[in-house]
Design a protein around this ligand. Sequence first.
Ligand SMILES: NC(=O)c1ccc[n+]([C@@H]2O[C@H](COP(=O)([O-])OP(=O)(O)OC[C@H]3O[C@@H](n4cnc5c(N)ncnc54)[C@H](O)[C@@H]3O)[C@@H](O)[C@H]2O)c1
Ligand SMILES: N[C@@H](CCC(=O)N[C@@H](CSCO)C(=O)NCC(=O)O)C(=O)O
Ligand SMILES: [Zn+2]
Ligand SMILES: [Zn+2]
Length: 388
Amino acid sequence: MATQGQVITCKAAVAWEPNKPLVIEEVQVAPPQAGEVRVKILFTALCHTDAYTWGGKDPEGLFPCILGHEAAGIVESVGEGVSEVQPGDHVIPCYQAECRECKFCKSGKTNLCGKVRVATGVGVMLNDRQSRFSIKGKPIYHFMGTSTFSQYTVVHDVSVAKIDPAAPLEKVCLLGCGVPTGKLLHFILRSLGAVWNTAKVEAGSTVAIFGLGTVGLAVAEGAKTAGASRIIGIDIDVKKFDLAKNFGVTEFINPKDHEQPIQQVIVDLTDGGVDYSFECIGNVSVMRAALECCHKGWGTSVIVGVAASGQEISTRPFQLVTGRVWKGTAFGGFKSRSQVPGLVDKYMKKEIKIDEYISHNLTLNDINKAFDLMHDGASLRVVLNMHV
Ligand SMILES: NC(=O)c1ccc[n+]([C@@H]2O[C@H](COP(=O)([O-])OP(=O)(O)OC[C@H]3O[C@@H](n4cnc5c(N)ncnc54)[C@H](O)[C@@H]3O)[C@@H](O)[C@H]2O)c1
Ligand SMILES: N[C@@H](CCC(=O)N[C@@H](CSCO)C(=O)NCC(=O)O)C(=O)O
Ligand SMILES: [Zn+2]
Ligand SMILES: [Zn+2]
Protein backbone atom coordinates (compact mmCIF):
# COMPACT_ATOMS: atom_id res chain seq x y z
CA MET A 1 0.00 0.00 0.00
CA ALA A 2 1.20 3.50 -0.80
CA THR A 3 1.17 4.73 2.80
CA GLN A 4 2.72 1.65 4.42
CA GLY A 5 5.95 2.51 6.20
CA GLN A 6 5.39 6.24 5.59
CA VAL A 7 4.42 9.00 7.97
CA ILE A 8 0.77 9.90 7.34
CA THR A 9 -0.36 13.50 7.70
CA CYS A 10 -4.05 13.71 8.55
CA LYS A 11 -6.59 15.63 10.59
CA ALA A 12 -7.04 15.15 14.31
CA ALA A 13 -8.74 17.02 17.14
CA VAL A 14 -5.98 18.03 19.54
CA ALA A 15 -6.62 18.88 23.19
CA TRP A 16 -3.85 21.38 23.85
CA GLU A 17 -4.97 22.26 27.36
CA PRO A 18 -7.72 21.16 29.76
CA ASN A 19 -11.09 22.71 28.98
CA LYS A 20 -9.86 24.72 25.98
CA PRO A 21 -11.75 23.94 22.74
CA LEU A 22 -10.21 21.10 20.77
CA VAL A 23 -8.35 22.27 17.68
CA ILE A 24 -8.50 20.43 14.35
CA GLU A 25 -4.85 20.14 13.38
CA GLU A 26 -2.78 18.46 10.70
CA VAL A 27 -0.90 15.78 12.63
CA GLN A 28 1.86 13.43 11.60
CA VAL A 29 1.20 9.79 12.42
CA ALA A 30 4.34 7.63 12.39
CA PRO A 31 4.25 4.08 10.98
CA PRO A 32 3.51 1.26 13.42
CA GLN A 33 6.50 -0.37 15.09
CA ALA A 34 6.76 -4.02 16.15
CA GLY A 35 3.51 -5.20 17.73
CA GLU A 36 1.62 -2.09 16.63
CA VAL A 37 -1.22 -1.45 14.22
CA ARG A 38 -2.05 1.76 12.34
CA VAL A 39 -5.79 2.16 11.90
CA LYS A 40 -7.77 4.48 9.66
CA ILE A 41 -10.55 5.63 11.97
CA LEU A 42 -13.82 5.98 10.07
CA PHE A 43 -16.24 6.73 12.89
CA THR A 44 -15.80 7.68 16.51
CA ALA A 45 -18.28 8.46 19.25
CA LEU A 46 -17.75 10.63 22.33
CA CYS A 47 -17.93 9.12 25.80
CA HIS A 48 -18.22 11.04 29.05
CA THR A 49 -14.72 9.82 29.93
CA ASP A 50 -13.29 11.90 27.07
CA ALA A 51 -14.97 14.96 28.58
CA TYR A 52 -13.66 14.00 32.03
CA THR A 53 -10.05 13.86 30.88
CA TRP A 54 -10.41 16.97 28.73
CA GLY A 55 -11.86 18.72 31.78
CA GLY A 56 -8.61 18.14 33.70
CA LYS A 57 -10.16 15.68 36.15
CA ASP A 58 -8.10 12.64 35.14
CA PRO A 59 -4.92 12.02 37.15
CA GLU A 60 -3.61 10.29 34.02
CA GLY A 61 -4.63 13.15 31.72
CA LEU A 62 -1.67 14.55 29.79
CA PHE A 63 -1.68 17.48 27.38
CA PRO A 64 -1.42 18.03 24.50
CA CYS A 65 -3.17 14.82 23.57
CA ILE A 66 -5.59 13.24 21.14
CA LEU A 67 -8.62 11.95 23.04
CA GLY A 68 -11.21 9.40 21.88
CA HIS A 69 -11.73 5.72 22.63
CA GLU A 70 -15.07 4.59 21.14
CA ALA A 71 -14.50 3.99 17.45
CA ALA A 72 -14.27 1.71 14.46
CA GLY A 73 -11.98 1.67 11.45
CA ILE A 74 -9.87 -0.27 8.99
CA VAL A 75 -6.30 -1.47 9.46
CA GLU A 76 -3.97 0.59 7.24
CA SER A 77 -0.70 -1.17 8.09
CA VAL A 78 0.84 -3.39 10.73
CA GLY A 79 4.24 -3.53 12.39
CA GLU A 80 6.62 -6.45 12.61
CA GLY A 81 5.28 -9.55 14.33
CA VAL A 82 1.62 -8.60 14.11
CA SER A 83 -0.24 -11.73 13.09
CA GLU A 84 -3.86 -11.40 14.17
CA VAL A 85 -4.82 -8.47 11.94
CA GLN A 86 -3.75 -7.31 8.51
CA PRO A 87 -4.33 -4.29 6.28
CA GLY A 88 -7.97 -4.08 5.24
CA ASP A 89 -9.36 -5.76 8.36
CA HIS A 90 -12.27 -4.00 10.02
CA VAL A 91 -11.49 -3.35 13.66
CA ILE A 92 -12.59 -1.75 16.90
CA PRO A 93 -9.77 -0.23 18.99
CA CYS A 94 -10.04 -1.47 22.57
CA TYR A 95 -8.88 0.76 25.39
CA GLN A 96 -8.92 -2.28 27.62
CA ALA A 97 -6.23 -4.51 26.07
CA GLU A 98 -6.18 -8.31 26.08
CA CYS A 99 -2.80 -9.98 25.56
CA ARG A 100 -3.92 -13.47 26.68
CA GLU A 101 -0.48 -13.97 28.31
CA CYS A 102 -0.17 -11.74 31.36
CA LYS A 103 -1.24 -12.77 34.85
CA PHE A 104 -4.43 -10.75 34.58
CA CYS A 105 -5.41 -12.32 31.27
CA LYS A 106 -4.57 -15.81 32.51
CA SER A 107 -6.28 -15.40 35.87
CA GLY A 108 -9.77 -16.05 34.58
CA LYS A 109 -10.87 -13.51 37.18
CA THR A 110 -10.76 -10.20 35.34
CA ASN A 111 -10.88 -8.56 31.95
CA LEU A 112 -8.05 -6.18 32.90
CA CYS A 113 -4.74 -6.76 31.10
CA GLY A 114 -1.30 -5.69 32.29
CA LYS A 115 0.67 -5.86 29.04
CA VAL A 116 0.52 -2.27 27.81
CA ARG A 117 -1.24 -0.45 30.66
CA VAL A 118 1.98 1.13 31.92
CA ALA A 119 2.45 2.83 28.54
CA THR A 120 -1.18 3.72 27.82
CA GLY A 121 -1.44 5.41 31.21
CA VAL A 122 1.31 7.85 30.24
CA GLY A 123 0.27 8.50 26.65
CA VAL A 124 2.98 6.59 24.79
CA MET A 125 3.61 3.27 23.01
CA LEU A 126 5.24 0.40 24.88
CA ASN A 127 8.13 -0.27 22.46
CA ASP A 128 10.08 2.95 22.81
CA ARG A 129 7.91 4.90 25.27
CA GLN A 130 7.35 7.52 22.58
CA SER A 131 4.24 8.88 20.92
CA ARG A 132 3.49 8.10 17.27
CA PHE A 133 1.70 11.47 16.95
CA SER A 134 3.46 14.77 16.34
CA ILE A 135 2.86 18.21 14.94
CA LYS A 136 5.90 19.64 13.19
CA GLY A 137 8.12 17.51 15.42
CA LYS A 138 6.32 18.26 18.71
CA PRO A 139 4.99 15.04 20.26
CA ILE A 140 1.30 14.81 21.06
CA TYR A 141 0.31 12.26 23.71
CA HIS A 142 -1.88 9.23 23.05
CA PHE A 143 -4.97 8.66 25.24
CA MET A 144 -6.19 5.34 26.65
CA GLY A 145 -4.09 3.56 24.02
CA THR A 146 -6.66 4.50 21.36
CA SER A 147 -6.72 8.25 20.43
CA THR A 148 -9.62 7.88 18.04
CA PHE A 149 -10.23 11.60 17.47
CA SER A 150 -7.68 11.28 14.67
CA GLN A 151 -8.22 10.11 11.09
CA TYR A 152 -5.34 7.67 11.67
CA THR A 153 -4.13 6.27 14.96
CA VAL A 154 -1.56 3.74 16.15
CA VAL A 155 -2.56 1.14 18.72
CA HIS A 156 -0.93 -1.90 20.29
CA ASP A 157 -1.90 -5.16 18.60
CA VAL A 158 -3.32 -6.37 21.92
CA SER A 159 -5.71 -3.41 21.80
CA VAL A 160 -7.55 -4.11 18.58
CA ALA A 161 -10.49 -6.43 17.91
CA LYS A 162 -11.08 -7.77 14.40
CA ILE A 163 -14.77 -7.71 13.52
CA ASP A 164 -17.19 -8.83 10.82
CA PRO A 165 -16.48 -6.67 7.74
CA ALA A 166 -20.20 -6.57 7.01
CA ALA A 167 -20.92 -4.67 10.24
CA PRO A 168 -21.76 -0.96 9.81
CA LEU A 169 -18.81 0.88 11.35
CA GLU A 170 -20.91 3.98 11.99
CA LYS A 171 -22.94 1.91 14.47
CA VAL A 172 -20.60 -0.68 15.94
CA CYS A 173 -18.12 2.01 16.94
CA LEU A 174 -20.24 2.21 20.11
CA LEU A 175 -19.00 -1.25 21.05
CA GLY A 176 -15.64 0.35 21.83
CA CYS A 177 -16.92 1.51 25.22
CA GLY A 178 -20.34 2.68 26.38
CA VAL A 179 -22.70 -0.07 25.30
CA PRO A 180 -20.55 -3.05 26.47
CA THR A 181 -19.87 -1.24 29.74
CA GLY A 182 -23.56 -1.19 30.44
CA LYS A 183 -24.00 -4.80 29.41
CA LEU A 184 -22.29 -5.81 32.60
CA LEU A 185 -25.17 -7.39 34.43
CA HIS A 186 -24.44 -10.88 33.21
CA PHE A 187 -20.83 -10.49 34.20
CA ILE A 188 -21.79 -9.39 37.68
CA LEU A 189 -24.16 -12.30 38.07
CA ARG A 190 -21.60 -14.79 36.84
CA SER A 191 -19.11 -13.46 39.31
CA LEU A 192 -21.59 -13.98 42.12
CA GLY A 193 -21.49 -17.73 41.61
CA ALA A 194 -21.48 -19.96 38.61
CA VAL A 195 -23.87 -22.44 40.19
CA TRP A 196 -26.71 -19.94 40.20
CA ASN A 197 -29.32 -20.18 37.54
CA THR A 198 -29.10 -16.62 36.30
CA ALA A 199 -32.62 -16.45 34.92
CA LYS A 200 -34.23 -17.77 38.10
CA VAL A 201 -32.18 -15.57 40.36
CA GLU A 202 -32.97 -12.52 38.32
CA ALA A 203 -36.68 -12.99 37.89
CA GLY A 204 -38.22 -10.48 40.23
CA SER A 205 -35.08 -8.69 41.27
CA THR A 206 -35.01 -4.93 41.72
CA VAL A 207 -32.44 -2.62 40.19
CA ALA A 208 -31.60 1.06 40.72
CA ILE A 209 -29.58 2.88 38.07
CA PHE A 210 -28.07 6.27 38.91
CA GLY A 211 -27.41 8.27 35.73
CA LEU A 212 -29.35 7.61 32.54
CA GLY A 213 -26.73 8.41 29.91
CA THR A 214 -25.65 5.76 27.42
CA VAL A 215 -23.97 3.67 30.10
CA GLY A 216 -26.94 3.77 32.48
CA LEU A 217 -29.40 3.01 29.69
CA ALA A 218 -27.30 0.06 28.56
CA VAL A 219 -27.43 -1.21 32.16
CA ALA A 220 -31.21 -0.87 32.01
CA GLU A 221 -31.36 -2.82 28.79
CA GLY A 222 -29.27 -5.58 30.38
CA ALA A 223 -31.42 -5.60 33.51
CA LYS A 224 -34.56 -5.95 31.42
CA THR A 225 -33.06 -8.86 29.48
CA ALA A 226 -32.09 -10.48 32.78
CA GLY A 227 -35.72 -10.32 33.90
CA ALA A 228 -35.58 -7.64 36.59
CA SER A 229 -39.06 -6.78 37.83
CA ARG A 230 -38.39 -3.16 38.79
CA ILE A 231 -35.80 -0.96 37.15
CA ILE A 232 -35.62 2.39 38.90
CA GLY A 233 -33.87 5.18 36.98
CA ILE A 234 -32.47 8.12 38.93
CA ASP A 235 -31.37 11.28 37.10
CA ILE A 236 -31.43 15.03 37.72
CA ASP A 237 -32.20 15.65 34.05
CA VAL A 238 -35.89 14.94 33.48
CA LYS A 239 -35.32 14.84 29.71
CA LYS A 240 -33.82 11.40 30.24
CA PHE A 241 -36.99 9.86 31.67
CA ASP A 242 -39.14 9.47 28.54
CA LEU A 243 -36.20 8.13 26.62
CA ALA A 244 -35.30 5.66 29.34
CA LYS A 245 -38.66 3.89 29.09
CA ASN A 246 -37.53 2.48 25.74
CA PHE A 247 -34.55 0.86 27.46
CA GLY A 248 -36.59 -0.87 30.16
CA VAL A 249 -36.64 1.64 33.02
CA THR A 250 -39.96 1.20 34.84
CA GLU A 251 -39.83 4.00 37.46
CA PHE A 252 -38.13 7.35 37.69
CA ILE A 253 -36.82 9.43 40.52
CA ASN A 254 -35.45 12.94 40.32
CA PRO A 255 -33.47 13.49 43.54
CA LYS A 256 -34.34 17.19 43.29
CA ASP A 257 -38.00 16.32 43.99
CA HIS A 258 -37.17 14.87 47.42
CA GLU A 259 -36.03 16.33 50.68
CA GLN A 260 -34.91 13.03 52.13
CA PRO A 261 -31.61 11.49 51.02
CA ILE A 262 -32.20 9.57 47.80
CA GLN A 263 -31.07 6.28 49.39
CA GLN A 264 -33.86 6.61 51.97
CA VAL A 265 -36.42 7.33 49.26
CA ILE A 266 -35.40 4.16 47.44
CA VAL A 267 -35.26 2.00 50.58
CA ASP A 268 -38.82 3.12 51.41
CA LEU A 269 -40.05 2.41 47.89
CA THR A 270 -38.57 -1.07 47.73
CA ASP A 271 -39.32 -2.69 51.08
CA GLY A 272 -35.79 -2.27 52.41
CA GLY A 273 -33.67 -1.65 49.33
CA VAL A 274 -32.83 -2.92 45.87
CA ASP A 275 -31.01 -6.12 44.92
CA TYR A 276 -28.63 -4.31 42.57
CA SER A 277 -27.61 -0.72 42.06
CA PHE A 278 -25.32 0.89 39.51
CA GLU A 279 -23.61 4.26 39.68
CA CYS A 280 -23.20 5.50 36.09
CA ILE A 281 -22.28 9.14 36.77
CA GLY A 282 -18.88 9.42 38.45
CA ASN A 283 -20.09 11.28 41.55
CA VAL A 284 -18.76 9.96 44.87
CA SER A 285 -21.78 11.16 46.90
CA VAL A 286 -24.04 9.30 44.52
CA MET A 287 -21.80 6.24 44.84
CA ARG A 288 -22.50 6.26 48.56
CA ALA A 289 -26.24 6.63 47.96
CA ALA A 290 -26.11 3.78 45.44
CA LEU A 291 -24.53 1.48 48.04
CA GLU A 292 -26.84 2.53 50.82
CA CYS A 293 -30.02 2.01 48.77
CA CYS A 294 -29.15 -1.68 48.50
CA HIS A 295 -30.98 -4.28 50.54
CA LYS A 296 -29.39 -5.42 53.80
CA GLY A 297 -27.88 -8.89 53.59
CA TRP A 298 -27.37 -9.17 49.84
CA GLY A 299 -27.69 -5.93 47.88
CA THR A 300 -24.81 -5.37 45.45
CA SER A 301 -23.76 -1.95 44.24
CA VAL A 302 -21.55 -1.57 41.18
CA ILE A 303 -19.46 1.52 40.51
CA VAL A 304 -19.22 2.24 36.80
CA GLY A 305 -18.80 6.03 36.81
CA VAL A 306 -15.30 7.50 36.82
CA ALA A 307 -14.67 9.99 39.62
CA ALA A 308 -12.35 12.98 39.46
CA SER A 309 -8.80 12.98 40.69
CA GLY A 310 -8.60 13.25 44.48
CA GLN A 311 -12.16 12.08 45.09
CA GLU A 312 -12.76 9.23 47.52
CA ILE A 313 -15.75 7.09 48.46
CA SER A 314 -17.00 6.60 51.98
CA THR A 315 -19.75 4.88 53.91
CA ARG A 316 -20.22 3.40 57.35
CA PRO A 317 -18.42 0.03 57.38
CA PHE A 318 -21.62 -1.26 59.00
CA GLN A 319 -23.19 -1.07 55.53
CA LEU A 320 -20.79 -3.80 54.42
CA VAL A 321 -20.81 -5.73 57.69
CA THR A 322 -24.53 -6.10 57.16
CA GLY A 323 -24.06 -7.77 53.83
CA ARG A 324 -24.09 -5.13 51.15
CA VAL A 325 -21.40 -5.62 48.51
CA TRP A 326 -19.54 -2.78 46.84
CA LYS A 327 -17.76 -3.47 43.57
CA GLY A 328 -16.75 -1.86 40.31
CA THR A 329 -16.22 -2.72 36.69
CA ALA A 330 -14.24 -1.59 33.66
CA PHE A 331 -15.64 -2.20 30.17
CA GLY A 332 -18.44 -4.29 31.63
CA GLY A 333 -16.06 -7.10 32.47
CA PHE A 334 -15.72 -8.03 28.80
CA LYS A 335 -12.44 -9.41 27.51
CA SER A 336 -11.97 -7.05 24.63
CA ARG A 337 -10.34 -8.90 21.75
CA SER A 338 -12.14 -12.14 22.53
CA GLN A 339 -15.59 -10.75 23.15
CA VAL A 340 -16.06 -7.53 21.15
CA PRO A 341 -16.35 -9.48 17.85
CA GLY A 342 -19.15 -11.54 19.43
CA LEU A 343 -20.94 -8.36 20.52
CA VAL A 344 -20.75 -7.15 16.91
CA ASP A 345 -22.30 -10.46 15.82
CA LYS A 346 -25.08 -10.04 18.41
CA TYR A 347 -25.82 -6.60 16.99
CA MET A 348 -25.92 -8.04 13.46
CA LYS A 349 -28.45 -10.63 14.70
CA LYS A 350 -30.46 -7.80 16.32
CA GLU A 351 -29.87 -9.25 19.79
CA ILE A 352 -28.50 -6.00 21.22
CA LYS A 353 -29.43 -2.40 20.54
CA ILE A 354 -26.92 0.11 19.25
CA ASP A 355 -28.79 2.47 16.91
CA GLU A 356 -31.04 3.63 19.74
CA TYR A 357 -28.07 5.08 21.62
CA ILE A 358 -27.01 7.32 18.72
CA SER A 359 -28.72 10.69 19.00
CA HIS A 360 -26.58 12.72 16.60
CA ASN A 361 -24.32 12.17 13.58
CA LEU A 362 -21.75 14.92 13.01
CA THR A 363 -18.28 15.25 11.52
CA LEU A 364 -14.82 15.59 13.04
CA ASN A 365 -14.95 19.34 12.36
CA ASP A 366 -18.00 19.55 14.66
CA ILE A 367 -16.29 17.92 17.62
CA ASN A 368 -16.61 20.90 19.97
CA LYS A 369 -20.32 21.12 19.16
CA ALA A 370 -20.56 17.41 19.99
CA PHE A 371 -19.03 18.05 23.44
CA ASP A 372 -21.46 20.96 23.95
CA LEU A 373 -24.36 18.60 23.24
CA MET A 374 -22.99 16.16 25.83
CA HIS A 375 -22.52 18.85 28.46
CA ASP A 376 -26.02 20.20 27.85
CA GLY A 377 -27.50 16.71 28.31
CA ALA A 378 -28.91 17.06 24.79
CA SER A 379 -27.31 13.91 23.40
CA LEU A 380 -26.78 10.25 24.07
CA ARG A 381 -23.98 9.17 21.77
CA VAL A 382 -22.78 11.55 19.07
CA VAL A 383 -21.04 9.70 16.23
CA LEU A 384 -18.49 11.63 14.19
CA ASN A 385 -17.76 10.79 10.58
CA MET A 386 -13.99 11.25 10.46
CA HIS A 387 -13.48 11.65 6.72
CA VAL A 388 -16.11 14.15 5.54
N1 LIG B 1 -16.18 1.88 34.08
C1 LIG B 1 -16.17 1.94 32.78
O1 LIG B 1 -15.68 1.06 32.09
C2 LIG B 1 -16.80 3.11 32.08
C3 LIG B 1 -17.04 3.07 30.71
C4 LIG B 1 -17.70 4.14 30.11
C5 LIG B 1 -18.06 5.25 30.86
N2 LIG B 1 -17.77 5.26 32.18
C6 LIG B 1 -18.18 6.36 33.03
O2 LIG B 1 -19.58 6.18 33.26
C7 LIG B 1 -20.19 7.45 33.51
C8 LIG B 1 -21.37 7.62 32.56
O3 LIG B 1 -20.93 7.74 31.24
P1 LIG B 1 -21.94 8.24 30.08
O4 LIG B 1 -21.14 8.33 28.85
O5 LIG B 1 -23.19 7.43 30.13
O6 LIG B 1 -22.25 9.71 30.64
P2 LIG B 1 -23.43 10.72 30.33
O7 LIG B 1 -22.91 12.07 30.60
O8 LIG B 1 -24.03 10.45 28.99
O9 LIG B 1 -24.56 10.35 31.43
C9 LIG B 1 -24.48 10.72 32.78
C10 LIG B 1 -25.91 10.92 33.29
O10 LIG B 1 -25.83 11.18 34.71
C11 LIG B 1 -26.77 12.21 35.04
N3 LIG B 1 -26.35 12.85 36.28
C12 LIG B 1 -25.32 13.73 36.48
N4 LIG B 1 -25.23 14.05 37.79
C13 LIG B 1 -26.22 13.39 38.43
C14 LIG B 1 -26.63 13.31 39.80
N5 LIG B 1 -26.00 13.97 40.75
N6 LIG B 1 -27.68 12.51 40.10
C15 LIG B 1 -28.34 11.82 39.12
N7 LIG B 1 -27.99 11.86 37.81
C16 LIG B 1 -26.94 12.64 37.47
C17 LIG B 1 -26.75 13.12 33.82
O11 LIG B 1 -27.91 13.91 33.75
C18 LIG B 1 -26.64 12.10 32.68
O12 LIG B 1 -27.93 11.69 32.23
C19 LIG B 1 -19.08 8.48 33.36
O13 LIG B 1 -18.52 8.73 34.62
C20 LIG B 1 -18.06 7.75 32.48
O14 LIG B 1 -16.78 8.30 32.64
C21 LIG B 1 -17.16 4.22 32.81
N1 LIG C 1 -7.47 7.48 34.27
C1 LIG C 1 -8.41 7.42 35.35
C2 LIG C 1 -9.17 6.10 35.34
C3 LIG C 1 -10.23 6.15 34.35
C4 LIG C 1 -11.00 4.83 34.36
O1 LIG C 1 -11.33 4.27 35.40
N2 LIG C 1 -11.28 4.35 33.18
C5 LIG C 1 -12.11 3.18 33.02
C6 LIG C 1 -12.66 3.23 31.65
S1 LIG C 1 -13.68 4.61 31.36
C7 LIG C 1 -14.14 4.36 29.79
O2 LIG C 1 -14.99 5.32 29.43
C8 LIG C 1 -11.30 1.89 33.07
O3 LIG C 1 -11.51 0.97 32.32
N3 LIG C 1 -10.42 1.80 34.00
C9 LIG C 1 -9.53 0.68 34.09
C10 LIG C 1 -8.18 1.04 33.54
O4 LIG C 1 -7.99 2.23 33.21
O5 LIG C 1 -7.33 0.16 33.42
C11 LIG C 1 -7.69 7.50 36.69
O6 LIG C 1 -6.46 7.38 36.70
O7 LIG C 1 -8.39 7.72 37.70
ZN1 LIG D 1 -15.80 5.42 27.50
ZN1 LIG E 1 -2.87 -9.42 29.36
